[in-house]
Design a protein around this ligand. Structure first.
Ligand code: 16C
Length: 258
């Protein structure tokens, strides 16, 4: 930028996330970069062994059977395309605590433990019990951000929410009746715009969103493998269908937010 007196000043850099001075920041930064890079890879590109286990219209869900110390930790990767909503809108409803009980059916209780900044929150959640295992809880940071889209720098870009388990002295693991689960979750959303032929304003008819949802949950303690696999085969498709339908419903009469 050239000032009136002729001085050249560099263009304003992208503002840093307000969470950048927090103790968790280096981990958040590294995890977001790693998770987004993984999410961008197609199932064919990110290692062998992905099996399709659920399909419904545009939605496809893959898992890889994996165990760690005798516990099922199968990674999940889901892709979906949904009409009428943007990546920002999906991420906003996924990230924001005030909507969580509306769409998260496995949830029993949620507490915001720390608000690090507008885009970074630490949660404690208790989930419904799966018989015959013990009830589970999770403590995780959640971070939402806009990413630059390499293919289309002028476009609405990419939005992501990354959730990752963390430790908090005030919420020790396995202290009460719950066993602590350890999760790493990434929701990556790319808005696709079909410019209207008449040159008119973009409506919800002209937009869609390509979603990638990746998740790894370590159950943290004993749970029968067959029960666990049966539960996630039912619960992940239910989550993605219900959550996307919820966002469509919430936004249908609101202006589009990119
Ligand atoms: O990503 C999702 N939700 C986010 C906001 O809540 C966040 C939470 C992830 C929760 C991860 C699962 C925690 C354990 C759940 C226990 C299962 C309860 C099922 C009750 C059925 C009556 O990232 C959307 C998450 C969608 C969750 C699908 C269910 C995944 C089950 C994975 C197996 C967990 C091991 C449980 C061992 C008993």
């Amino acid at each position: 930028e050239k000032l009136m007196n002729g001085t050249i000043v560099p263009a304003t850099p992208e503002p840093l996330s307000p969470a950048c001075s927090h103790r968790l920041w280096p981990e958040i930064e590294n995890t977001v970069m790693e998770q987004v890079a993984m999410a961008k890879l197609g199932v064919g590109e990110c290692g062998a062994g992905w099996q399709l286990f659920a399909e419904d219209g545009e939605m496809k869900m893959y898992r890889r059977e994996e165990e760690m110390n005798g516990l099922v930790v199968d990674p999940l990767k889901a892709v979906h395309v949904v009409k009428g909503i943007t990546g920002y809108e999906l991420c906003h409803y996924f990230f924001s605590p005030q909507y969580r009980y509306d769409w998260e059916t496995t949830l029993e209780h949620m507490v915001v433990v720390e608000t690090i900044s507008e885009d970074t929150i630490v949660f404690q959640q208790t989930h419904k019990r799966i018989w015959p295992a013990s009830q589970r809880d999770a403590v995780f940071w959640s971070h939402m951000r806009k990413l630059s889209d390499d293919q289309d720098t002028e476009g609405p870009g990419l939005w992501a929410v990354v959730n990752k388990s963390t430790e908090l002295p005030n919420y020790p693991a396995n202290a009460g009746k719950c066993v602590r689960v350890y999760l790493t979750v990434c929701l990556l959303c790319q808005t696709l715009v079909n410019p209207p032929k008449n040159g008119g304003p973009v409506t919800r008819e002209d937009i869609s969103c390509k979603i990638t949802y990746c998740s790894v949950v370590n159950p943290g303690g004993w749970a029968p493998a067959s029960v666990l696999r049966a539960v996630y085969k039912r619960e992940y498709p239910k989550f993605l269908k219900r959550f996307t339908a919820y966002v469509i419903n919430q936004t249908k009469d609101k202006p589009i937010t990119f």
